[in-house]
Design a protein around this ligand. Structure first.
Ligand SMILES: NC(=O)c1ccc[n+]([C@@H]2O[C@H](COP(=O)([O-])OP(=O)(O)OC[C@H]3O[C@@H](n4cnc5c(N)ncnc54)[C@H](O)[C@@H]3O)[C@@H](O)[C@H]2O)c1
Length: 284
């Protein structure tokens, strides 16, 4: 099957990035959200990112105009998925919500439609069990910011077919991404490592080992990471980081217990860039 129509559910940080790379790949892409405001912001994001892409000579004017021509928005999941070949779910990391989206999509999507989830932690076998098409359900894990990060982690559930994995690999490559295939296990590869490194940085900050700036600088320059773990936490969202750690703590044990400082920052509403303040202040 050749993918032509892609539905991306959730127009937040990840969904808007996924829709951007999907439309750039030439797929007719519809971004779906319950919030009109998120849809407007996501379209503005695509316009701004294409402008920057042209300035930096990453894309041509023609590619930019084709991308915007291929990008639609909708608040109607049912009617939009009725023409989708590939659905990519990027709603918040809440089981009940993902279940509800997949169940509704399963009722309204054609039989051939593949369902991919951008979840950072939830098992593709479990996601498949919410549908009557488990062989066509898979995790397609993108990274933030999606238009710059070159990887997609593909995680196969117990029932996921090889054809589904092939189609996701092919679609990811068309979106300009490299892929890795990971066997199902809590946290996959990247979320598990990133959660542990990030949590250690919060512990060190709490213990007074160094300032936030120096912890990040040490990791960037001494360990050759492109970003420090604390600035990465602010980018990803401290609430998302905390949720991942809680899940890994439950499933993999004590070494993933969230640092108390991280819990405190989330309680205070300091969620990172999206709320204007996390470890660092973005309000000025
Ligand atoms: N933020 C990251 O860095 C990152 C990285 C990799 C994976 N992920 C995963 O991607 C997923 C999305 O994360 P995010 O950070 O983009 O979240 P987000 O909170 O920025 O965006 C979620 C969007 O989903 C929308 N939404 C909520 N309920 C909906 C519904 N019923 N129908 C349609 N839309 C609905 C919200 O309005 C919002 O726009 C999560 O599973 C997360 O674990 C996040």
């Amino acid at each position: 099957m050749a993918v032509q129509n892609v539905s991306v559910v959730g127009a937040g940080v990840m969904g808007r990035g996924i829709a951007y790379v999907s439309a750039l790949a030439g797929f007719h892409t519809t971004l779906i959200d319950v919030s009109e405001n998120q849809l407007r912001e996501a379209y503005t994001f695509a316009e701004k990112t294409t402008r920057k892409g042209i300035e930096k000579e990453k894309i041509t004017e023609l590619q930019a105009s084709e991308l915007l021509d291929h990008l639609y928005t909708s608040s109607q999941l049912e009617s939009t998925v009725s023409t989708a070949d590939l659905l990519i779910e990027a709603v918040p990391e809440k089981r009940e919500l993902k279940k509800q989206i997949l169940e509704t999509a399963d009722e309204h999507a054609p039989e051939h439609t593949i369902f991919a989830s951008n979840t950072s932690t939830i098992s593709p076998t479990e996601l498949g069990s919410y549908t009557k098409r488990a062989p066509q359900v898979v995790v397609m894990h993108f990274f933030n910011p999606v238009h710059r990060m070159p990887l997609v982690e593909i995680v196969k559930g117990l029932e996921t077919s090889d054809q589904t994995v092939d189609l996701i690999r092919d679609s990811s490559e068309k979106m300009g991404k490299e892929t890795v295939e990971v066997n199902e296990f809590p946290g996959f590869v990247t979320s598990r490592i990133s959660a542990l490194v990030g949590n250690e940085a919060f512990q060190m900050l709490q213990e007074g080992v160094a300032t936030a700036e120096d912890i990040d600088k040490a990791v960037r320059l001494g360990l050759n990471y492109p970003m420090g773990p604390l600035e990465l936490g602010d980018l990803v969202g401290l609430d998302a980081r905390l949720n991942n750690l809680k899940y890994l703590h439950e499933t993999l044990g004590e070494k993933y217990r969230p640092a108390p400082l991280l819990e405190q920052l989330v309680q205070a509403g300091r969620l990172g860039r999206k709320s204007g303040r996390g470890i660092y202040n973005y309000q000025e």
